[in-house]
Design a binder for this molecule. Structure first.
Ligand code: ZN
Length: 392
């Protein structure tokens, strides 16, 4: 790979600047020869009124904006330069000179057009130091992973989008990474993460890839040159529709971020009664003994067979101590073991008095059949008997 240092003025780089408000990205510059956001770049994140303003302040103060990297793709017809690093800075400058946001100067709001001429010229005349790189796609992408250490680091999915860039990634981003997509709000009840940081896309890919025993990387590699995303989209929609069909109440916060893809694969063949599910769901959400609300969903989907998923609150130390004393006093008076199960057997431990630390608390009436976590429902068992009893 070759690199060559070039200098461009802000005026040159922002000539013909186009910003796409809907997709939140700068598109072209350098009079149509520069692609500001190739597929492997992320959406514009500087438009927060702080980072973008800081870029303009730097230029007005004559500070350098730091190194910028372009790739020369060598295609002489049309845009042949792509921004490898510096997209956020260039987009900020481009948006400012095209009047997309204002800054404060001496206590007054100023757009580019309202700035004094010498300040406008200070911005447009500022020199940008640009390394222009040429090389194979593989070389450039590998290098991109190494240089992208400044600013906000790329996350795992942003890197995958860079590595497997192509028509599939473009189409997938248009669907899953567009925060303007009206469906994002519905999805956000079940899927955690920022669409602009590719985290919704990551979940969608993970679900469909996992259903085929593939990794996200493997799936993206296999579909890299696809022009459509119908399988990805259909699978994701199917999972979301399934969840919202089984759990019909307005989604609880605990639903967000669960591995719904895996739960769908495991339970898609089961018929559920949504009214019955909802009744149990509301009971469990309101039950103070249930520590893990995220566990409620797999618990209900699995037919309430695995209470461990709920991380049910255990007996506290004072309750255990009180139950131990109650049983041990009675056992001493009757000359039997203080483990009620040892006491009724015909074994060597029939009259054994266990120490508190040799015993565990058990629900007399199992929690899953309505027993509560109070002293009345607490029974101390020796470790062996408690472990063999299992279901609490
Ligand atoms: Zn026992």
């Amino acid at each position: 790979m070759k690199t060559q240092l070039e200098q461009y003025t802000v005026a040159e780089v922002t000539k013909g600047f186009v910003y796409n408000e809907l997709e939140g990205k700068g598109l072209f510059g350098l009079d149509g020869t520069l692609v500001i956001q190739p597929e492997f770049q992320r959406s514009y994140l500087y438009g927060d009124g702080t980072k973008d303003v800081a870029v303009i302040d730097s230029l007005l103060k004559g500070y350098p904006l730091g190194l910028i990297y372009f790739v020369d793709t060598g295609d002489p017809s049309g845009p042949h330069l792509e921004v490898l690093d510096g997209q956020q800075r260039i987009t900020s400058v481009g948006r400012f000179v095209t009047g997309k946001f204002a800054i404060m100067r001496d206590g007054r709001e100023q757009t580019f057009g309202s700035l004094p001429k010498e300040e406008q010229e200070r911005i447009t005349g500022a020199q940008l130091l640009v390394y222009v790189c040429t090389g194979t796609e593989a070389e450039i992408k590998e290098w991109f992973q190494t240089i992208n250490i400044v600013g906000i680091p790329l996350n795992a999915q942003e890197l995958r989008n860079a590595i497997y860039s192509g028509p599939f990634v473009t189409a997938a981003k248009a669907e899953f990474s567009n925060s303007q997509n009206a469906l994002q709000q519905k999805w956000s009840a079940y899927v955690k993460g920022d669409p602009k940081r590719q985290q919704v896309l990551e979940v969608a890919l993970d679900w469909v890839a996992s259903s085929k025993d593939q990794s996200i990387d493997g799936y993206m590699a296999a579909h890299r040159t696809d022009t459509g995303i119908s399988e990805l989209k259909t699978y994701f929609t199917t999972v979301i529709d399934w969840v919202s069909g089984v759990f019909t109440a307005p989604p609880d916060a605990a639903m967000r971020g669960l591995d719904w893809g895996a739960l769908y694969e495991e339970h898609k063949g089961t018929a559920y009664q949504p009214d019955r599910i909802d009744e149990r769901l509301q009971d469990l959400l309101a039950d103070p003994a249930v520590n893990d609300h995220k566990g409620i969903y797999p618990y209900l989907l699995g037919g309430e067979e695995n209470p461990r998923l709920l991380n049910v609150r255990l007996f506290d130390a004072p309750t255990k101590k009180a139950a131990y004393k109650r049983q041990t006093d009675k056992a001493n008076a009757e000359g039997t073991s203080n483990c009620p199960l040892c006491a009724v057997g015909s074994n060597a431990n029939k009259t054994r008095i266990y120490k508190l630390k040799e015993m565990e608390a058990d629900h007399v009436t199992a929690w899953s059949t309505g027993g509560d976590t109070s002293l009345d429902n607490c029974e101390m068992l020796c470790v062996t008997h408690n472990r063999s009893k299992g279901n609490r």
